[in-house]
Design a binder for this molecule. Structure first.
Ligand SMILES: N[C@@H](CCC(=O)N[C@@H](CS)C(=O)NCC(=O)O)C(=O)O
Length: 396
């Protein structure tokens, strides 16, 4: 692959380059730089970025560093790919240039310091410096006052359309929005609408939920590759999926999702709850999916979706029996979802995520009517199936 990005998932500067690659819809290889091992200070990495900082970038024989120089290159070099992030009219582009500088010279100065104090330090077990927070919040407020006025005149910072000037803000916004600094944005209606708008762009929302890079290895089940000694050493039951993360080997999909959610808390969407009692409630609905919904839903998916695909005959008696059972489960869901937006509580968690694969198959069959007949279940199913990361995973 010609384009390579070197960095780490938790780095805002790396994320800036990733956001641009996602908007441009460009394929690239992500090379993880292990900063805890000081890999960014090795001679090999210093030859890519003499300041020993991530990200570094390669496109064929071109080597770059500085995230904003990388995004400018991508926007100019790939004008026909994905979103156009620059404006061809020189005067209009000069205005975009002003706001590109404002982000870099003003917003980032204070925003990054606040992200460090309020988001990164707690993650690394370090103590937040309250005086630094207070000082930088005041400075950020002054910047946001200027943004509020600018965004009351034009939808985006650079003008009428989304450009690099907006995109460059995304990584720091992402971290600040998980902290009390979010209130500074919420207090300014135009800034708040703009921040919501740019953070909900599909390319960004999708990137934010699948920030863990991985290699997908296809197992050819029609060749019985899942029953070979090699695969059985990964999963002794001879079933997909199996996961490897360094020297750790796992199987059972729900054990894999729990591991990913716990081990990569700062990547993408938080799929767990930190409070033990709230997480215990999520645990109830994780079990309900596994012990009730999946047992019945999978049988229906097999009879109504998989069997026709393989030219096998659907057993109508099994369908009828399992439809009745599923209705009982969905009645419980209807009541639960009339109290809380998601099964585990107010936010999307693993309890909801685990339903997605079976839902996907059932929604292509007559069983969809059982969901449609229950207003809260139907809204929940539509909501979770429209999450950008899921849409991308199932259409890629
Ligand atoms: N202006 C640079 C900033 C790069 C930067 O600060 N990278 C941080 C991670 S977000 C880093 O590598 N820090 C390690 C260090 O400075 O030793 C850019 O936008 O690329």
């Amino acid at each position: 692959m010609a384009i390579k990005l070197y960095g780490t998932a938790a780095s805002t500067a790396t994320l800036r380059a990733k956001a641009c690659l996602a908007e441009k819809g460009l394929d690239y290889e992500f090379v993880n730089v292990n900063m805890s091992n000081k890999e960014h200070k090795t001679p090999e990495f210093l030859s890519r970025n003499p300041f020993g900082q991530v990200p570094a970038f390669e496109d064929g024989d071109l080597k770059l560093f500085e995230s904003r120089a990388i995004t400018q290159y991508l926007a100019h070099a790939y004008p026909d790919n994905g979103t156009n992030l620059i404006i061809h009219d020189p005067k209009k582009m000069a205005i975009v240039g002003v706001w590109i500088e404002v982000e870099s010279q003003k917003f980032d100065q204070f925003g990054s310091k606040l992200a460090w104090e309020l988001a990164y330090k707690p993650m690394f077990g370090l103590t937040t410096d309250d005086a630094a927070v207070e000082e930088n919040e005041k400075k950020l407020e002054q910047v946001l006052d200027v943004y509020e006025s600018r965004l009351s005149e034009s939808k985006y910072l650079g003008g009428d359309c989304f450009t690099l000037a907006d995109l460059h803000h995304l990584p720091v916004l992402k971290f600040l929005f998980g902290t009390k600094a979010k209130r500074l944005f919420d207090a300014r209606p135009h800034v708040s609408a703009w921040a919501a708008d740019i953070q909900s762009r599909p390319a960004w929302a999708c990137l934010a939920e699948k920030e863990i890079d991985y290699e997908f290895v296809t197992i050819n089940m029609s060749n019985k590759e899942h029953k070979t000694p090699e695969f059985l050493s990964r999963n002794p039951f001879g079933q997909v999926p199996a996961l490897e993360d360094g020297d750790l080997k796992l199987f059972e999909s729900r054990a894999i999702t729990k591991y990913l959610a716990l081990t990569y808390p700062e990547n993408g969407t938080n799929l767990m709850m930190h409070d033990k009692k709230t997480m215990a409630v999520v645990g109830v609905w994780i079990e309900v999916e596994s012990q009730k919904f999946e047992l019945i839903g999978s049988k229906l998916a097999w009879e109504l979706a998989y069997k026709p695909m393989f030219g096998l005959t659907t057993d109508d008696a099994v369908v009828e029996e399992n439809e009745k059972k599923l209705e009982q489960v969905l009645d419980v869901y209807e009541s639960r979802l009339s109290e809380s937006k998601y099964l585990g509580g107010d936010v999307f968690t693993l309890a909801d995520l685990h339903h997605l694969p079976v839902l996907k198959f059932l929604f292509g069959t007559k069983v969809k009517k059982l969901f449609d007949a229950r207003s809260h279940v139907s809204a929940w199913a539509a909501d979770i199936q429209s999450r950008p990361a899921w849409v991308k995973a199932t259409t890629a």
